[in-house]
Design a binder for this molecule. Structure first.
Ligand code: 5AD
Length: 358
């Protein structure tokens, strides 16, 4: 049995983090959970922020070895939501009281995509201003590696947060799960550029990849810390049949769920005042995955706002939940759950991480 480090300390070493991540005993895991929840309440408060998630296009130029919408997967029907549709989804977010939305897409650099997204961001900001949101809906983008010029255009149009997962900070492992044209150096450069342009920057990793060790995951958390990351989105790896990583050996589901929750808790203990998302991938393994994540230190939820007729075309991984989640019911269920655990929804506000606004 591992001997846990002092969970209330301010500085955790790589070894401390690895010890936390290696916990398997129920009593130890609960101690870690309670410590993470304490840090969350102390540094971020009891609110859970909602971001309506809109998967705006599944067209992708990349061929990541894990991802269901990789360009070589010819079984996927590709789609692209129009500007009007994005604006109307943003208005639905406002109507639900969600102060922010996340626009996520496959990675694209074509002119039509960039022009349309820029126009959509402009219009969303202009058309969602109101008493509840004097500066309009908060917009987080998750549209991959782009040029500085493109990042700047989206920022000037009004997006203020950007998520770009590093996927893993181990360079060899990164190379094993991506084709050679995708380079970890480019990803790192993009993260730097995003910050220069002025975004609040988020990143994250997949947990339980074939060939990934506990030390790799501990290094990932050290990376979040040294790169002063304000938002974290991470979840378990889920093998997809139409991808090259299918059939490769990885930890079983139970282990990936446990590791996913421990990664959230350890990240909370080490980074303290950042936003951490309870991601859908957790829920794909356990129907209560997102709720558990909130108890392990997560404070952001991303209810599905993608129109139902295209949801099935955005399967990054199988068993993706919420394919028929209804945004109105999802909010009621979440409210009831949060009330039970002494937390509440943070409505009608952007919900930036204290870390980002300091
Ligand atoms: N399992 C888990 N997460 C995945 N992602 C893509 N494919 C998978 C998968 N098979 C995650 C990646 C990507 C994000 C959009 O979804 O981390 O950055």
């Amino acid at each position: 049995m591992s001997l846990l480090p002092d969970l209330t300390q301010k500085e955790f070493s790589r070894e401390d983090i690895a010890t936390i991540l290696a916990a398997t005993e129920v009593g130890e895991i609960n101690k870690i959970r309670v410590a993470a929840e304490d840090v969350l309440l102390k540094h971020c408060g009891a609110e859970v922020y909602m971001r309506g998630l809109v998967e705006a296009s599944n067209v992708c130029r990349c061929d990541c070895f894990y991802c269901g919408i990789r360009k070589s997967n010819k079984t996927v029907t590709r789609y692209d939501l129009g500007v009007d549709e994005l604006v109307s989804l943003a208005q639905q977010c406002v109507a639900f009281g969600y102060g922010s939305m996340v626009i996520q897409t496959g990675e694209r650099s074509d002119k039509k995509f960039i022009d349309n997204l820029e126009t959509a961001i402009h219009r969303i900001k202009n058309e969602t201003c109101g008493d509840n949101l004097p500066q309009g809906l908060g917009i987080t983008l998750s549209v991959g590696e782009q040029t500085k010029e493109t990042y700047r255009r989206f920022f000037e149009a009004g997006a203020h947060r950007y998520l770009l997962r590093i996927e893993t900070t181990n360079p060899e492992l990164f190379a094993q799960i991506h084709p050679p044209e995708q380079r970890i150096e480019t990803r790192l450069e993009c993260l730097r550029t995003l910050r220069e342009v002025g975004y609040q920057v988020g990143t994250g990793v997949m947990i339980g990849l074939p060939g990934q060790s506990i030390e790799d995951l501990a290094n990932d958390i050290m990376f979040f810390k040294t790169h002063d990351i304000a938002m974290i989105g991470m979840g378990p790896f889920i093998p997809h049949e139409q991808t090259p990583l299918w059939g490769k050996q990885c930890p079983d589901e139970e282990s990936r769920l446990r590791l996913g929750l421990l990664m959230i808790a350890a990240t909370r203990l080490v980074l303290r005042d950042v936003n951490i998302a309870a991601t859908t991938a957790l829920q794909a393994i356990d129907p209560q995955g997102r709720e558990k994540a909130l108890r392990f230190g997560a404070n952001v939820m991303m209810p599905m706002m993608t129109p139902e007729n295209v949801r099935l075309d955005y399967l990054l991984y199988p068993n993706k939940p919420n394919l028929n989640e209804n945004a109105a019911n999802a909010r009621l269920d979440m409210e009831a759950f949060l009330k039970n655990i002494g937390r509440n929804l943070g409505l009608n506000k952007w919900g930036d991480a204290p870390h980002a606004t300091k």
